[in-house]
Design a binder for this molecule. Structure first.
Ligand code: AMP
Length: 402
């Protein structure tokens, strides 16, 4: 089965082609992409021509599905057929104000794929899908009812990544039952993931997706109970250049005192906040860390704020879950920065969480356990591969419907 994953940005089109064997193992056959895209129809033609030239597919009939990591939709989430379910594009259009850089290109791209590849199943995996079973109290802001009815609530993002962390950590902890149920979550719903049904102990995981964009999610038996990102990816931890959590009073305050327009406030919050705003150095953690090592106090402060915020959210889910069986680090920062992992896990021995400094120091960009032998909470690094997650979910969605 050949599954193409299409990653659409406001002016970019990236793709990866995976081939799944009968046992479900995936091989990456091809990857590529185009920048400054003005015509998605042409980009799709170019992509197919590249795949044909590479000998991977002879015609569209050799493509068994195309997956899209859509961000969020109005009144719609999950893993859904985008070729036959008209609600997908309508939901993306309905929330283009919340995700202006992502929803319009995905809606347009899906339309073009429908035209270019009639009959090829298209699947939208919403980043919000993993949070559809969060308790309502974890999803609501204390806003006027009309705001809530307009869509102002906590949705959560990085769903593909956190779901993979839930599945893989369950496997690493020897809980094949939970791992299998997490795999089927979008097909069968959470009823199938209740430990109560099997009499087994609940599995409590806190997943830290720390990268250019970061979030922390609490997961019980493979189902999210809460997450640090809310209405938009402009929330939770400090992001690369996007502000994280912010008191809403800050917006009218800077408009009045600094004379900024709403458009300018929005631009600064999404382009000049986060690690960049704090450090003044850059939005890439490597640059921030290098500056901190050379004595730049603002850069060190940016790292300290990032660590403080990660610990704040881990603490929230430690309480919510009543403890933690596995803490997972994933994504660019989580996978590659032992010193930040150590800072995030510092002084948690009293809560049963302790790193093995040698294992932690040695592990970069690969999977492994980094907790001390005596640590009650296991700490894992699990590399993220969001395209593979989308490809797997696409295949499951198509298979479940055939
Ligand atoms: P992501 O969004 O998952 O690609 O993560 C991007 C972030 O991960 C950037 O802030 C990078 O500085 C950081 N990162 C990626 N690779 C490395 C690396 N090898 N060492 C340190 N940080 C890294």
């Amino acid at each position: 089965m050949n599954i193409l994953v299409a990653n659409l940005g406001s002016t970019s089109f990236k793709f990866r082609l995976f081939r799944f064997d009968g046992a479900g193992a995936a091989a990456l056959l091809a990857k590529g992409g185009y920048e400054r895209v003005t015509d998605y129809g042409k980009a799709i033609d170019d992509c197919l021509a590249e795949l044909q030239a590479g000998g991977h597919v002879r015609s569209p009939a050799d493509l068994h599905g195309v997956g899209f990591k859509t961000v969020l939709g109005k009144n719609l989430t999950g893993c859904l057929r985008a070729d036959t379910d008209e609600r997908v594009i309508a939901a993306l259009d309905g929330f283009k104000e919340i995700a202006p850089a992502h929803n319009p290109p995905y809606a347009l791209g899906i339309r073009r794929f429908r035209e270019k590849l009639p009959g090829v199943p298209l699947v939208a995996l919403f980043e919000t899908a993993f949070y559809q079973w969060m308790p309502e109290a974890a999803t609501r802001y204390a806003v006027p009812q009309a705001w809530y009815e307009a869509g102002v609530r906590r949705y959560g993002f990085h769903g593909a990544s956190h779901k993979f962390a839930a599945e893989r950590s369950a496997e690493l902890l020897g809980r094949a039952d939970i791992a299998e149920r997490v795999r089927q979550l979008y097909q069968t719903g959470p009823a199938s993931v209740a430990s109560a049904a099997t009499g087994a102990k609940p599995l409590r995981v806190i997943s830290c997706h720390l990268g250019g964009s970061s979030s922390v999610t609490g997961i019980r038996d493979g189902v999210a109970v809460g997450t640090s990102m809310g209405l938009s990816p402009q929330s939770g931890l400090p992001q690369n250049n996007r502000v994280g959590d912010l008191d809403s009073a800050a917006v009218p305050f800077v408009m009045k005192t600094l004379g900024l327009s709403l458009a300018e406030v929005e631009r600064q919050m999404t382009k000049e906040g986060g690690l960049l705003g704090l450090s003044g150095v850059g939005n890439d953690l490597r640059d921030v860390r290098a500056a901190a090592q050379q004595g730049n106090a603002r850069a060190q402060l940016a790292l300290d704020v990032f660590v403080h915020s990660a610990r704040h959210w881990i603490g929230a889910y430690l309480v919510e879950l009543g403890g933690c069986d596995a803490l997972v680090f994933t994504a660019g920062i989580g996978e590659n920065n032992p010193d930040l992992r150590a800072a995030i896990c510092a002084n948690l021995g009293g809560l049963g969480l302790e790193l093995d400094p040698a294992k932690n120091g040695a592990l970069r960009g690969a999977e492994g356990e980094i907790s001390a032998a005596a640590s009650r909470t296991k700490v894992f690094v699990i590399p993220a591969n969001e395209e593979l997650v989308v490809a797997r979910e696409t295949l499951r969605c198509i298979s479940a419907q055939n």
